[in-house]
Design a protein around this ligand. Structure first.
Ligand code: GN1
Ligand code: MG
Length: 362
């Protein structure tokens, strides 16, 4: 999805604001790989909101996002001590979405004053704070019927399906791309056992269907400027039914390493064991009362699944001609896949050394 022109962004912003378009200050926000996101501020009263153009190739039922958002918000407001999520901002004529002539779907949420986001976390305490925040989200929504939510992207965290798509991409890839990624392909294939275990998670009743955020990377949580604590999850487009591993897994994936998924400082891509522990502690403090014994006994699969799946997804996109993720240079998706593979290998080492856990020994 090409970025909307400045003129179009301004027109969209004006739909959600009583302030005339020419008096709105607009800035690109965050570094999402799918949607285009902006912060819009009124020059009169200083109030801000977050405006987003939804990528309707990826989210082909954009109204389902609003439907799920409203259900989740309603449920959270009814729970004691539940995290809050930013309120939806409606268009001037009271709608949740504005669709322009190019069929871009625009929607908006409140900007929380004094909030900001981070690309990585610098201390294990911060990692703990993020994990506790998302843990609160999981636990507060565990009393909700997950089937009430719409499935916005079918098979989204389905490792089996992702692996099949990856093998298809390998079959139809160009020779030079196969050559460039031969090592990554073979290392990913060596980890087929993770797919088999995922298959069991899909079928066994001890792994419940749960409301999952499905994109719990650190950039999707807001921090408080004063206290530096995590205050609430954002980017709720992929909230839908899922399994226990998704949210914990993405937090591990995005916080356990001091480099993010775009880094090519291969030497620095490694797991910080104290951060791993802090993430588990923060998340489980909130969720151990709602997770089943099966889920708790298999908790170490969360990080492995998500990092493995992300490496597969980046490589699939590279092999298919970079159709899905935004990229800044030609082989970026291949680099991202390699980054995630190194992280996966290091997590396997840490789990074996510190937790005597080896997912491939079964
Ligand atoms: C995408 O657009 P963004 O950055 O919020 C992706 C996630 C990936 C992530 C990798 C709908 O999220 O699943 O984990 O990139 N979202 C979708 O950074 O595919
Ligand atoms: Mg997202």
């Amino acid at each position: 999805m090409p970025a909307p022109t400045d003129k179009l962004v301004r027109r969209a912003a004006a739909r959600f604001s009583r302030i005339p378009a020419e008096n709105l200050a607009i800035e690109v926000l965050g570094d999402g790989l799918i949607n285009h996101t902006y912060q819009v501020s009124g020059s009169f009263d200083g109030s801000s909101f977050v405006l987003q153009a939804i990528n309707s190739t990826v989210f082909n039922q954009p109204y389902d996002i609003l439907y799920n958002y409203a259900l989740v918000q309603q449920h959270l407001t009814k729970q004691d001590n539940a995290v809050n999520i930013p309120a939806m901002v409606l268009t001037r004529d009271g709608r949740g979405m504005w669709v322009d002539l190019e069929r871009n779907y625009w929607r908006a949420t409140n900007y929380l004053p004094n909030s900001f986001s981070k690309r990585t976390v610098a201390s294990d305490h911060l990692a703990y704070s993020v994990a506790k925040c998302f843990g609160n989200f999981t636990a507060s929504l565990s009393s909700m019927d997950s089937d009430a939510l719409r499935t916005v992207i079918p098979n989204f965290h389905d490792l089996k399906d992702r692996f099949i798509e990856f093998e298809k991409a390998v079959k139809s890839a160009q020779a030079q791309n196969l050559k460039k990624s031969a090592y990554i392909i073979s290392e990913l294939r060596n980890r087929r056992k993770l797919v088999d275990f995922f298959d069991l998670v899909q079928r066994a009743p001890g792994f419940r269907s749960r409301v999952m955020h499905h994109d719990c990377k650190v950039t999707n949580v807001l921090f408080d400027r004063q206290t530096d604590d995590a205050i609430c999850p954002v980017d709720l487009d992929t909230v839908m039914p899922g399994k226990f591993f998704s949210d914990l897994g993405d937090m591990i994936r995005s916080m356990v390493c001091e480099e993010d998924e775009n880094s090519t400082n291969w030497q620095s891509i490694r797991v910080r064991p104290d951060f791993y522990r802090a993430i588990l502690n923060g998340y489980l403090e909130e969720t151990n009362k709602i997770f089943t014994t099966d889920e708790l006994n298999h908790i170490h699969y969360a990080g492995l699944f998500l990092i493995f799946m992300q490496s597969i997804r980046f490589l699939t996109d590279f092999l298919s001609g970079d159709l899905y993720y935004k990229t800044n240079y030609k082989e970026q998706n291949c680099d991202r896949a390699f980054n995630q593979l190194i992280l996966l290998q290091d997590l396997e080492r840490v789990l074996k050394e510190l937790y005597s856990f080896d997912p491939y020994s079964l």
